[in-house]
Design a protein around this ligand. Sequence first.
Ligand SMILES: [Zn+2]
Length: 346
Amino acid sequence: MIPSDLHGRADLTSLPQLARGLIDLGDAARQGSLNLPYPPSIQRVLDRNVLACLREGRMPPSSVPELVAWCTAPLSARWPSSALPGFLSAEVTLLDPRRRLPTRSCAELAAYGSDDSAEQSVVLKLEELAQAASMPALFAQCRDFLIDRVAVTNDDARGASWKPRIWKLVQHLYRPPAPAHAHNGLTTCPACGLLATVEHGRIAWCEGEVCERGPAPGPGYRAGKVRVLDSSLRLFLSLPGRTERVVMRRLAERGVTGTLLSGGLGAYQLSKPVLGRSTVQVFDRVEPLLLAARLSGSSDLLAVIPDHLARARPALLKSVRHALPPELDVVVTTQTAATEGAPQHA
Ligand SMILES: [Zn+2]
């Protein structure tokens, strides 16, 4: 079952705040605006953890840089037990130790909760985009653009292959890459489509974290010539969007069509129920209990886990199902099981 900690103990809100603070710090550093004082989100977390450490008789972090250094080690290594809510494994790190970039676990933690969460910020950006596009068909083209392109170059932007009216609507969602990306042979991962770095002609790191690392595709992006999609949009729209497209196409082949519902990340109303549910959404998330918490407010939903993720994390699907309340009207299954569960085309 979902740990009760997920539902409101005020003193346990510091880790999601920390995750948001780490992302804020990264954004500020990238934009060259990192000046004292530090973002309030991370300063608050430092204060709370100093208190928690003192209560447990542990040495607290003395500064924000020391707190950030803690985040490059597994949670169990440094954090006071009262700050660990139990919905992340003790082995999880919030920052990649080598690149000091937020991990997927950190991003999913930042997406937890309804107020000011990373997921909510993506929903708001998509709503703004839908309003600016004004026509559903144009919004759908913009959304597809964001799913297909996590990075763009100046040359791409000048190319004739894009519709200028789409670029005009989405260009503000692209920014210079983080220094750790820009200086390390940036490319896109051939498996997950997210950002990746290349060393000696091979993928050395990819943002998706679960992909096998093979040869790098073609030439990478040159620093200064590339802009990347906002990180939350990459993880919560582009990543599941690739699987979403495959699922919707396979369902259509079986005679089930979907209509994108407004005001969300990517839920579709189905023309016929699949596995007994009338809406479908793909979730590409690595933290099972955080996903279970996310699903706990849903109903009549078929929640789809991508096949590649289910293969890479064999315990994930079972963990999510186990954590959900049995009365919840949500089916969680894999991409293959979802599409094979659709009624055959009459
Ligand atoms: Zn990848």
